[in-house]
Design a protein around this ligand. Structure first.
Ligand code: SF4
Ligand code: SF4
Length: 208
């Protein structure tokens, strides 16, 4: 049997990540994760839940149960429109939108975000451009988005892109900020802070 997400119906204890919930709960916005009573209000309020592979209520349950791989490789967090309806109506103050953001960040960092899904591709390419150049270039961003999500569509849009470029509406030139090393230091500090938080979660869990 191929080892694809969602292929195996039976989940074994050893496949789960028992530290996943603590990790998410340690991220700002995730602190009320364990208060969820699985009432389903968030799923009922969410305008995108019919399109999601797992509803918001289910995502919270899966995080708490340790379904790391399924949560991080799902489409749900990428479909979240950050409308905050779920967080506003949640009777237990679970900040579901922030949890969706946390899942997106982890999915990109671990390279498990849906690989050809336009929303996750755009987020990843945006981050990569900012990380390497300190700023983004719309023309390059759009080209990479199409090439990595749907190259055939890139061909269909090529003439329009060419017209925009000839009229000076988009640029494909690469621009970069000065003193990129300071930006990298800043991003590195954020990453270090995250690693410290993660280590503290593991230490705290082992001490229990
Ligand atoms: S509305 Fe809040 S308490 Fe209810 S299922 Fe959603 S997250 Fe849990
Ligand atoms: S913030 Fe996201 S998960 Fe919550 S209701 Fe809006 S679209 Fe749905």
């Amino acid at each position: 049997m191929p080892d694809l997400p969602g292929w195996r119906k039976i989940k074994y204890e050893e496949d789960l990540d028992p530290g996943f919930a603590d990790e998410i709960a340690s991220i700002p916005g995730g602190e009320h994760l364990f208060n969820c009573i699985q009432c389903g209000t968030c799923s009922g309020m969410c305008p995108l839940s019919p399109e999601m592979d797992y509803t918001p209520r289910r995502i919270i349950a899966m995080i708490r149960a340790g379904f790391r791989r399924e949560v991080l490789s799902s489409y749900t967090c990428w479909l979240c429109a950050s409308c905050y309806s779920c967080a506003v109506e949640c009777p237990k103050n679970v900040k579901i939108t922030d949890i969706m953001y946390a899942a997106k960040r982890l999915a990109i960092r671990e390279g498990v975000a849906p690989s050809r899904f336009p929303i996750s591709v755009l987020a990843r390419e945006f981050f990569n451009q900012v990380h390497s150049k300190g700023r983004t270039n719309e023309g390059r961003l759009i080209m990479r988005l199409y090439m990595k999500s749907n190259p055939l569509k890139a061909l269909k849009q090529a003439s329009m892109g060419l017209k925009l470029w000839m009229q000076g509406r988009i640029s494909i030139g690469s621009e970069s900020i000065k003193r990129k090393e300071e930006l990298h230091k800043l991003l590195g500090a954020i990453e270090t802070e995250r690693m410290v938080q993660k280590r503290d979660v593991v230490t705290h869990k082992e001490a229990r």
